[in-house]
Design a protein around this ligand. Structure first.
Ligand code: ZN
Length: 126
Protein backbone atom coordinates (compact mmCIF):
# COMPACT_ATOMS: atom_id res chain seq x y z
CA UNK A 1 0.00 0.00 0.00
CA UNK A 2 2.79 2.32 0.88
CA UNK A 3 4.45 1.94 -2.50
CA UNK A 4 1.20 2.77 -4.25
CA UNK A 5 0.81 5.94 -2.23
CA UNK A 6 4.32 7.02 -3.09
CA UNK A 7 3.62 6.42 -6.76
CA UNK A 8 0.59 8.69 -6.56
CA UNK A 9 2.60 11.41 -4.92
CA UNK A 10 5.25 11.03 -7.54
CA UNK A 11 2.88 11.52 -10.46
CA UNK A 12 1.45 14.57 -8.75
CA UNK A 13 4.96 15.90 -8.43
CA UNK A 14 5.58 15.05 -12.09
CA UNK A 15 2.54 17.09 -13.07
CA UNK A 16 3.90 20.05 -11.18
CA UNK A 17 7.30 19.61 -12.78
CA UNK A 18 5.67 19.32 -16.19
CA UNK A 19 3.71 22.52 -15.62
CA UNK A 20 6.90 24.28 -14.59
CA UNK A 21 8.80 22.90 -17.57
CA UNK A 22 6.16 24.07 -20.03
CA UNK A 23 6.94 27.53 -18.76
CA UNK A 24 10.72 27.18 -18.57
CA UNK A 25 11.05 25.48 -21.95
CA UNK A 26 8.76 28.00 -23.59
CA UNK A 27 6.30 25.29 -24.61
CA UNK A 28 3.23 27.35 -23.72
CA UNK A 29 4.37 30.11 -26.03
CA UNK A 30 5.33 27.56 -28.69
CA UNK A 31 1.88 25.94 -28.51
CA UNK A 32 0.23 29.32 -28.96
CA UNK A 33 2.34 29.91 -32.04
CA UNK A 34 1.67 26.38 -33.32
CA UNK A 35 -2.00 25.78 -32.46
CA UNK A 36 -2.34 23.16 -35.21
CA UNK A 37 0.91 21.33 -34.51
CA UNK A 38 0.76 17.59 -35.07
CA UNK A 39 1.68 15.04 -32.44
CA UNK A 40 4.97 14.54 -34.29
CA UNK A 41 5.77 18.26 -34.30
CA UNK A 42 4.95 18.60 -30.63
CA UNK A 43 7.06 15.58 -29.77
CA UNK A 44 10.02 16.95 -31.76
CA UNK A 45 9.73 20.38 -30.15
CA UNK A 46 9.57 18.88 -26.66
CA UNK A 47 12.47 16.50 -27.41
CA UNK A 48 14.73 19.30 -28.64
CA UNK A 49 14.18 21.33 -25.51
CA UNK A 50 14.27 18.35 -23.20
CA UNK A 51 17.60 17.22 -24.63
CA UNK A 52 19.10 20.62 -23.90
CA UNK A 53 17.68 20.57 -20.41
CA UNK A 54 18.77 16.95 -20.01
CA UNK A 55 22.36 17.87 -20.90
CA UNK A 56 22.32 20.69 -18.37
CA UNK A 57 20.83 18.41 -15.74
CA UNK A 58 23.42 15.68 -16.32
CA UNK A 59 26.20 18.24 -16.14
CA UNK A 60 24.88 19.68 -12.88
CA UNK A 61 24.42 16.27 -11.29
CA UNK A 62 27.88 15.11 -12.41
CA UNK A 63 29.54 18.22 -11.07
CA UNK A 64 27.58 17.95 -7.84
CA UNK A 65 29.89 15.03 -7.01
CA UNK A 66 32.96 16.92 -8.15
CA UNK A 67 35.40 18.19 -5.62
CA UNK A 68 34.73 21.90 -5.40
CA UNK A 69 37.46 24.31 -6.39
CA UNK A 70 40.29 23.13 -4.16
CA UNK A 71 43.29 24.94 -5.63
CA UNK A 72 43.09 27.81 -3.12
CA UNK A 73 42.57 25.63 -0.07
CA UNK A 74 45.22 24.95 2.59
CA UNK A 75 47.26 21.82 1.92
CA UNK A 76 45.50 19.64 4.47
CA UNK A 77 42.12 20.28 2.81
CA UNK A 78 43.33 19.58 -0.73
CA UNK A 79 42.95 16.17 -2.38
CA UNK A 80 45.88 13.91 -1.56
CA UNK A 81 48.39 12.02 -3.61
CA UNK A 82 47.37 8.37 -3.88
CA UNK A 83 50.99 7.29 -3.48
CA UNK A 84 52.51 9.37 -0.67
CA UNK A 85 49.47 11.18 0.79
CA UNK A 86 50.84 14.68 0.24
CA UNK A 87 48.39 17.47 -0.67
CA UNK A 88 48.21 18.01 -4.44
CA UNK A 89 49.18 21.24 -6.14
CA UNK A 90 46.61 22.53 -8.65
CA UNK A 91 47.86 22.72 -12.23
CA UNK A 92 44.90 24.40 -13.79
CA UNK A 93 41.59 23.18 -15.14
CA UNK A 94 41.14 20.85 -18.05
CA UNK A 95 37.92 20.58 -19.99
CA UNK A 96 36.52 17.58 -21.76
CA UNK A 97 33.42 17.17 -23.88
CA UNK A 98 31.01 14.34 -23.34
CA UNK A 99 28.31 13.41 -25.81
CA UNK A 100 24.93 12.54 -24.28
CA UNK A 101 22.55 9.99 -25.75
CA UNK A 102 20.17 12.91 -26.30
CA UNK A 103 22.62 14.33 -28.87
CA UNK A 104 23.80 17.26 -26.76
CA UNK A 105 27.45 17.72 -25.82
CA UNK A 106 28.38 18.53 -22.25
CA UNK A 107 31.56 20.35 -21.26
CA UNK A 108 33.02 19.22 -17.96
CA UNK A 109 35.86 21.06 -16.29
CA UNK A 110 38.03 19.53 -13.62
CA UNK A 111 41.03 20.83 -11.77
CA UNK A 112 44.15 18.85 -12.52
CA UNK A 113 46.71 18.42 -9.76
CA UNK A 114 50.24 17.13 -9.34
CA UNK A 115 52.00 15.79 -6.28
CA UNK A 116 54.86 18.08 -5.15
CA UNK A 117 56.71 15.02 -3.83
CA UNK A 118 56.39 12.37 -6.56
CA UNK A 119 55.42 14.69 -9.39
CA UNK A 120 52.57 12.42 -10.44
CA UNK A 121 49.53 14.07 -12.02
CA UNK A 122 45.97 13.39 -10.89
CA UNK A 123 42.37 14.25 -11.52
CA UNK A 124 41.21 13.97 -7.92
CA UNK A 125 38.20 11.65 -7.74
CA UNK A 126 35.01 13.62 -7.19
ZN1 ZN B 1 53.01 11.80 -3.97
Amino acid sequence: MKAKKNKGERSEQMQQVSAGLQEVLGMRQWRKEHPKASWQEIETAVDERMNQLRAQLIKDVVQMGDTEEWSQKPEEERPRCATCGKGLVARGAQARWIQTTGGEAIKLTRTYGTCPQCGVGFFPPG
